[in-house]
Design a protein around this ligand. Structure first.
Ligand SMILES: [Zn+2]
Length: 283
C-alpha cells in the first residue's frame, strides 16, 4: 500500500447545494435567483482548520491561475478557465479585485480535495480537465459544481455566496466527482444499484431526486435517520452514494461519518462499500 493509499485509508473517511438532478427541473431560459445565496452546508459547517490565503489581499489573476494549474498538474489534471458546455453557462474570472477574491476562495476550498486521491485515480476515471468559473448555472439554476463525463471534465464555480462553508465546498467537490465516477462505472448517473439498495434498512424509501431540495433554503443536516449519512442522501440513491463518498473524503465530515457508522450497521456497510470502491479504482 503506497503512502498515498495509506493516507486515504486513514482519511477514508461532501452535500449539497447544487447537484446533479437539480438541473432537470428548471424551466429553460429562466434564470432562477440563487435563493439568498443559500449555502446548504452552513448549518453544520465543520470547524476544521484549513489554510487560507489572504482574501483581503488576493494575488494577481495570472498568479492565481498559475497556482491552480501547478497544483492540479501534480495530479495529471489540466485547468480550463472558460466553460464550453451545452449543459451550463458560467463566466470567466477577471482581474477585478472581487473576482480575484472569489477565485482565491474557490481554490482554497477545492484544491485540498484533489490531494486526497492517488494521482492515477483521475486517469482511471478518465478525468482530464477541471473547469473553474464563476456564476455558473444549469438550465436556469445556479450550481456550484457539475460532472461532465462527456468532456472528461468536472466543473466547479464560485457563485458569490456572502458566506460559504469551505469544508462543505470541499465535500461538494468530492460529491460531484462521485457522480462522474458512477457514470464511468455504470454508464448511468441514476443507476439503481441493487447492491447498494440492499445495504439500506428495511422500509427505506428515497425521495424524488436532488432537484426537490432546491428553492426552499434547504440545509443539509447529518445522519437524520438510520442508514443515511445526511438529509440530502435521502433524496435519491444516486445522491446517497455521492453523499457517503463526499463525507468519507472530507476532513470534518469523515469523522462524523465514522462515529455514526459505529452505531449504524447500514451506514457502516455503505462506508465500507465506498472504501472498497476507492481502493479498487486506485491501482
Ligand atoms: Zn449530487
Amino acid at each position: 500500500m503506497s503512502p498515498k493509499l495509506t493516507s486515504i485509508s486513514i482519511l477514508i473517511a461532501c452535500a449539497v447545494a447544487f447537484t446533479l438532478s437539480a438541473c432537470s427541473s428548471a424551466p429553460q431560459n429562466q434564470l432562477i435567483p440563487n435563493p439568498a445565496h443559500n449555502d446548504s452546508m452552513r448549518t453544520e459547517c465543520p470547524g476544521v482548520i484549513r489554510t487560507y490565503t489572504d482574501l483581503n489581499d488576493p494575488d494577481t489573476l495570472p498568479n492565481l491561475k498559475l497556482r491552480a494549474e501547478r497544483a492540479l498538474a501534480n495530479h495529471g489534471l489540466r485547468v480550463l478557465w472558460e466553460l464550453q458546455s451545452p449543459h451550463g453557462q458560467g463566466l470567466t474570472f477577471t482581474e477585478q479585485a472581487s473576482d480575484r477574491q472569489r477565485l482565491t476562495r474557490l481554490l482554497d476550498a477545492i484544491l485540498p480535495a484533489f490531494t486526497r486521491y492517488p494521482s492515477n485515480f483521475f486517469q482511471n476515471m478518465q478525468v482530464r480537465d477541471i473547469v473553474l468559473v464563476k456564476d455558473f448555472h444549469v438550465g436556469g439554476q445556479f450550481r456550484l459544481a457539475m460532472p461532465a463525463p462527456e468532456s472528461d471534465s468536472l466543473v466547479y464555480a464560485d457563485n458569490g455566496h456572502p458566506q460559504l462553508c469551505m469544508a462543505g465546498m470541499e465535500m461538494r467537490t468530492h460529491h460531484e466527482f462521485y457522480h462522474l465516477i458512477e457514470h464511468r462505472l455504470f454508464k448511468d448517473f441514476y443507476f439503481r444499484d441493487p447492491a447498494w439498495l440492499a445495504l439500506n434498512p428495511a422500509e427505506t424509501h428515497y425521495g424524488q431526486g436532488g432537484a426537490t431540495a432546491y428553492g426552499k433554503q434547504f440545509q443539509n443536516l447529518g445522519h437524520p435517520r438510520a442508514g443515511m449519512v445526511s438529509l440530502y442522501a435521502g433524496y435519491g440513491s444516486e445522491e446517497d452514494k455521492a453523499e457517503v463518498f463526499g463525507w468519507m473524503m472530507t476532513p470534518g465530515y469523515a469523522e462524523r461519518l465514522q462515529d455514526w457508522a459505529k452505531q449504524d450497521g447500514s451506514l457502516a456497510a455503505k462506508l465500507s462499500w465506498m472504501q472498497r470502491l476507492l481502493m479498487a479504482q486506485s491501482h
